[in-house]
Write a protein that binds this ligand. Structure first.
Ligand code: ADP
Ligand code: MG
Length: 300
């Protein structure tokens, strides 16, 4: 497209809340044959809430919540917010003591897995099975059964380990964005396939994919793995768009032919993307592709 056509389209996009960072993305978007969606915060609203807590230990529920919340306080992840929110709520509800936030030291982020922190003399890990595996924390059959039950209900389990023993699990539910299913079926009608890639586990991911009408899922994928799945699709000769919101999506956003960041997402994702969907509405994936199609049709 000519510089003028690009400028016009960019301006039009901006007025609709689709921020296109350059001519290159605009020129590629009309060729997109596959859209890869991140799950949490992209297909789902990203405001997960704790719907159940299971205590596997002798530690009190109050203590468990406090430790988990303290470890999560430095995390940007939506699951971290859910854990902290729930801990606060319990404190208000039961009139627990005020000091609901303990001090965390030596905080570590493990992207696609969880977090770790030292709280007092305890080492606390909060995250998924992969995190526990990485730190050689055993998961009993009882815990495995509970986790798997929750996952088949499309819930994500956040495990809490204290000094290398899993003490509790937070079952978290994150509803789909209302437009998600509609966007997937519209893309399908444009002969564009939708794919889900997520760091979350297979059972939860599959349950959610089914709800939204996505057939192809890559679950339990770390940030580098997400980018590799994009490259695999490109090797099949497809022009690929990636839609994501998290730090964990940034390598995939860079790898994709067209990286689209959710406006409400993290700064790092927004920086890595070619297009920013300011309204955080998935319909704008179609707006962007449409704009590209129209711009390039005009000059042909
Ligand atoms: P998605 O790809 O769905 O956005 P992420 O890659 O961000 O998910 O995270 C994948 C999984 O890693 C989560 O489903 C969760 O099990 C775990 N996880 C990541 N960060 C955290 C955290 N701060 N607290 C608890 N669990 C986490
Ligand atoms: Mg996400």
């Amino acid at each position: 497209a000519t510089p003028t056509a690009v400028m016009v389209a960019t301006g039009k996009g901006a007025s609709q809340g689709v921020l296109i960072k350059g001519g290159n993305a605009l020129e590629k978007a009309h060729k997109v044959k596959a859209v890869v969606f991140d799950k949490t915060g992209t297909l789902t609203i990203g405001r997960p809430a704790v719907v159940q807590i299971k205590n596997f230990s002798k530690i009190s529920l109050q203590e468990l919540c406090k430790l988990a919340a303290a470890a999560e306080v430095n995390s940007e992840h939506p699951l971290a917010k859910a854990v902290i929110e729930h801990s606060k709520k319990l404190h208000q509800q039961y009139g627990f003591s005020d000091d609901h936030l303990l001090e965390a030291k030596d905080f570590e982020v493990h992207p696609g897995a969880g977090v770790g922190a030292s709280i007092g003399d305890k080492r606390v890990l909060v995250g998924n099975k992969r995190l526990m595996l990485a730190f050689q924390v055993p998961i009993s059959l009882e815990i495995q059964d509970y986790v798997s039950d929750m996952e088949h209900l499309a819930r994500t389990c956040v495990l809490v380990a204290v000094d290398a023993v899993v003490c509790g699990a937070f079952a978290v539910s994150d509803p789909l964005k209302p437009e998600a299913g509609r966007v997937v079926s519209f893309l399908n009608s444009m002969s564009i396939s939708s794919i889900m890639v997520t760091g979350d586990n297979w059972a939860t991911a599959t349950a959610i994919a089914r709800e939204v009408g996505i057939e192809k899922v890559f679950a339990e994928t770390d940030p580098v793995g997400k980018a590799e799945r994009i490259k695999d699709l490109q090797m099949e000769g497809l022009t690929v768009a990636m839609v994501g919101d998290g730090i964990n999506d940034s390598p995939a956003l860079v790898a994709a032919d067209v990286g689209m960041a959710i406006g409400a997402g993290t700064d790092i994702a927004i920086e890595a993307a070619d297009i920013v969907l300011i309204k955080s509405n998935l319909e704008d994936v179609i707006t962007a592709i449409d704009l590209s199609r129209k711009t390039l049709a005009r000059i042909r």
